[in-house]
Design a protein around this ligand. Structure first.
Ligand code: ANZ
Ligand code: ZN
Length: 820
């Protein structure tokens, strides 16, 4: 018998698929479309890891399943190819990052091919190629025209080791997300995208994404951080009633305010302290505070540090004077940069007041109890107002609105909405990214590069010394002429955050060769939304939020008809080994290529799909891999042993009975299960276990029973397995003497009537007398038969009010119920 030799089989079919362009997407309008997409990889020098194998295997099952179900499938791949690691590696070796990156891209692409993933390679997109980043620039200009790209001086997160600015999202616990260095602050002119304009729509859109994990939506909601409250105006008598506006979500606590706190960066600070005896000390304090990172300043367990300005503000309703303080925990870029301190009802304020001996004024008591004073902690619950003038006795929830309304009427405040979301800082002082298409002219100021002059290409005459922005060292790049007046001008040397590249790549796949536009509306509209998007939970906030933002801007610009990019989102779990994430430092990495060399890609794919549901973590197990491999060998033998069977001509029986009927039932049950588990639930693991049961059934089948039914089941088995293990099924399909690729075969449908079990009539006795007859399945267990009998209405009438002593079940014959 011909043995199963995976390497031979896999190479053979990969060549066949490549030569026949089997997975090329037709722009066929007749069939319904299905767009399935896995997040594209960063082409690191390490090649693919098991996490990649997992995402691509999942995506490939989805793609192949939909293709066989008659959909016109778009399943593209590319590389997220700009970014710091390549630039850092290039600096070390003294070469241009382009060289390294192109090599790595090629390598990853080959490895993806070795996995047998059904990509349409003609739609490959590499973000570092000028024909792609040209449209990053094009889109930047579109944002600029629409007032969504702007430049401002900003205090930014700075990674001293990567030598670049980081977005807030890229700072994790005060450290650089990439190199783990301590992040510092720096003042620089930077380019931003005005994502805050879309805050409400980014929130609202989440409510429509019913096929996204709840967890991801919650993370996005928290990130956007919408909060409603009031702006309240306090005045400073000693500065001619200059205003300090605070933002509060709790205007109901207004009568309990005992001090104000402004951020150290607040613009009024110099005037508040001018001429005061401690002016110098305060300025020194401000300097220190500016050095602290946002995280240090705001984390709940961080030390709260403050300083009195010596100035006083007037309370808008009581007219009392209250001291104005500075404190680290008030941030300049949230709300108004000023806060009213209510120690009695806010935990943080309580701590601050205790530390600096500030008064505590309670104004809310619990609904059904007194407040025992002095307070030992803040009372933050619901309650009734007191010591609050005209609002005494009012429920505090109502008072939130009522006090805000009153302030509004008096011109002392207004209701507002605040977001935690900040504008997206896209400037990076690095080489390996998309140059921002802006020119600075002494005459004309900031001038966008005309679209017809794109791309602004990355130059080669740069110095990589790891000290400064390499782009700024290129004379040929920096010195240019003004597109408006033609005089000498300077180019912007910042490049774009690489998250810009991945915010619209899914649109480029719909029209990858378009030279004039990022994509033609008609093409994008044909394919969007992405029906199933598969990727890591680490992209829950950044990449997904930015992609949603881009999609909405393009929708507003009339370039797209959908305003959300991803209809369904599948976040795959991690691949663990011995309970830990595979990592070099843990020394527990299993190399995909080694596994493939030993067992073949089909075994690797099958193991990964079978070992866990796709959204759960998966524990790598050598025994599990062996098991998958044994299973494929079993399938192989089953078909090869029966080679003769496929050559005979055979009549399908007019009546299917006995063992054949059971096999047919198992087959149709399996078709139903596999179809639903893939198509409805993305539970590929249970789909595989269903197929394994079918294989067991086929091994147990009596060869003397009906041959046509047996053959039908064997053929269908190969078809059902095709999305999971595409090479071996292709080979077996050919061995069975079939024409063409198994991947173009129509997905089998199941016959409901085949699912019905054989049934018999049985008698039901009560105390030995026959009272009813029941139809039950021949497969039913004793418990099922007993339940069915006791549920029966006529039987119930006979046993009503009596105690059941015993139920005797004789399968296929009778049930006797003994009552007293
Ligand atoms: C008075 C008050 C009393 C507050 C009370 C809370 C409880 P969210 O929900 O996050 O929006 N706050 C406002 N601006 C701030 C800033 N720039 N830096 C630090 N804290 C700031 O929180 C809004 C609350 O956070 C506001 O409501 C304010 O404190 C504080 F019993 O005002 B509150
Ligand atoms: Zn000019």
């Amino acid at each position: 018998m011909k043995p199963y030799s995976p390497n031979e089989v896999e190479a053979k079919w990969q060549t066949y698929w490549r030569n026949t362009k089997l997975y090329q997407t037709a722009e066929n309008e007749g069939r319904p479309k299905y767009y399935t997409l896995e997040q594209f990889p960063y082409p690191s020098g390490e090649g693919l890891h098991m996490g990649h194998v997992r995402v691509y295997s999942i995506g490939d099952v989805v793609a192949r399943f939909r293709r066989m179900n008659g959909y016109n499938v778009l399943h593209p791949m590319g590389a997220d190819a700009f970014g710091l690691p390549a630039e850092n590696a290039a600096i070390q070796r003294g070469v241009n990052p382009r060289e390294l990156t192109l090599k790595n891209m090629e390598r990853i692409r080959k490895e993806q091919e070795v996995l047998g993933i059904s990509y349409d390679w003609d739609r490959y997109v590499g973000t570092c190629l000028p024909d792609y980043y040209k449209f990053n620039q094009w889109l930047f200009l579109l944002f600029y025209e629409r007032g969504l790209a702007y430049r401002k001086k900003a205090s930014v997160n700075w990674c001293p080791s990567c030598n670049t600015v980081l977005a807030n999202e890229q700072v994790e616990e005060g450290k650089c997300w990439r190199c783990d260095s301590e992040v510092t602050r720096k003042e620089l002119e930077q380019w931003f995208f005005r994502i805050t304009d879309y805050a409400d729509r980014l929130l609202e859109g989440l409510d429509r994404l019913s096929k996204w994990p709840e967890r991801v939506k919650t993370m996005q909601r928290n990130w956007i951080g919408r909060s409603e409250g009031a702006q309240v105006v306090f005045t400073v008598p000693e500065l001619q009633d200059e205003k300090i506006t605070v933002f509060t979500t709790r205007p109901d606590t207004l009568y309990g305010v005992s001090y104000l706190v402004v951020a150290p960066e607040h613009p009024l600070v110099p005037r508040l302290i001018q001429g005061k005896e401690n002016e110098a000390a305060v300025l020194d304090f401000v300097k220190q505070m500016r050095k602290q990172s946002e995280i240090e300043r705001t984390s709940t367990d961080a030390e709260k540090v403050g300083y009195p300005t010596g100035a006083y503000a007037r309370h808008p309703l009581t007219g009392k004077l209250i001291p104005i303080w500075l404190a680290n925990y008030v941030l300049m870029d949230y709300g108004t940069g000023a806060v009213m301190g209510v120690p009695a009802h806010d935990e943080r304020d309580f701590q601050f007041a205790a530390k600096y001996d500030l008064p505590v004024r309670a104004v809310i008591r619990p609904l059904d109890a007194e407040l025992s004073q002095p307070l030992t902690e803040a009372y933050t619950g619901e309650g009734v107002l007191f010591s609050s003038g005209r609002f005494d006795g009012m429920n505090n929830r109502k008072a939130i609105r009522e006090i805000a309304k009153y302030l509004d009427e008096q011109g002392l405040g207004k209701w507002t909405v605040n977001y935690r979301l900040r504008d997206w800082l896209i400037s990076r002082q690095r080489y390996w990214g998309t140059p921002i298409p802006i020119v600075y002219c002494d005459e004309c100021g900031t001038v966008p590069v005309p679209k017809e002059d794109l791309p602004v290409v990355l130059p080669d005459d740069v110095v990589f010394d790891g000290k400064s922005n390499p782009l700024a060292t290129s004379d040929s790049f920096v010195h240019t002429t003004c597109p408006k007046c033609g005089k000498a001008a300077r180019r912007e040397t910042d490049t774009m955050d690489t998250f810009v590249d991945s915010s619209w790549y899914f649109l480029r796949y719909t029209d990858p060769q378009n030279d004039g536009l990022p994509f033609a509306t008609e093409k994008a509209d044909r394919w969007m939304n992405v029906d199933e998007y598969i990727g890591g939970i680490e992209h829950a906030v950044l990449h997904l939020l930015y992609s949603r933002f881009f999609t909405k801007v393009l929708y507003d610009a009339g370039m797209l008809s959908v305003d959300e990019p991803f209809k369904s989102l599948l976040t795959q779990g991690m691949v663990l080994k011995d309970g830990f994430k595979m990592s070099k430092s843990k020394g527990n990495v299993v190399s995909p290529l080694e596994i493939i060399e030993k067992y073949g890609a089909d075994t690797a794919r099958l193991f990964i799909l079978f070992a866990a549901p796709p959204d759960r973590d998966l524990d790598w197990s050598d025994a599990g891999v062996e098991g998958s491999h044994r299973f494929l060998n079993r399938v192989w033998r089953l078909i090869v042993q029966n080679e003769e069977l496929f050559k005979q001509s055979m009549e399908y029986p007019s009546k299917v009975e006995g063992e054949a009927r059971e096999l047919r039932r198992l087959l149709h049950q399996t078709i139903k299960k596999v179809t639903n588990e893939i198509g409805e639930r993305n539970h590929f693991n249970t789909a595989v276990s269903g197929i394994m049961e079918l294989v067991n059934g086929l091994y147990q089948y009596d060869k003397n029973a009906d041959r046509a039914i047996y053959r039908e089941a064997l053929e269908t088995l190969v078809v059902l397995l095709a999305p999971f293990v595409p090479h071996i099924t292709e080979e077996l399909w050919q061995l069975m003497g079939k024409e063409g690729s198994v991947h173009l075969v129509k997905w089998p449908t199941y016959d409901e009537s085949a699912l019905v079990l054989d049934e018999v009539e049985i008698a039901v006795q009560v105390n030995g007398k026959i009272r009813e007859r029941l139809i039950v399945s021949t497969q039913a267990s004793r418990e099922e038969i007993e339940k069915q009998a006791l549920r029966n209405e006529r039987v119930q009438a006979w046993i009503d009010g009596k105690t059941i002593r015993k139920v005797i079940v004789v399968p296929k014959k009778l049930v006797n119920i003994v009552v007293k």
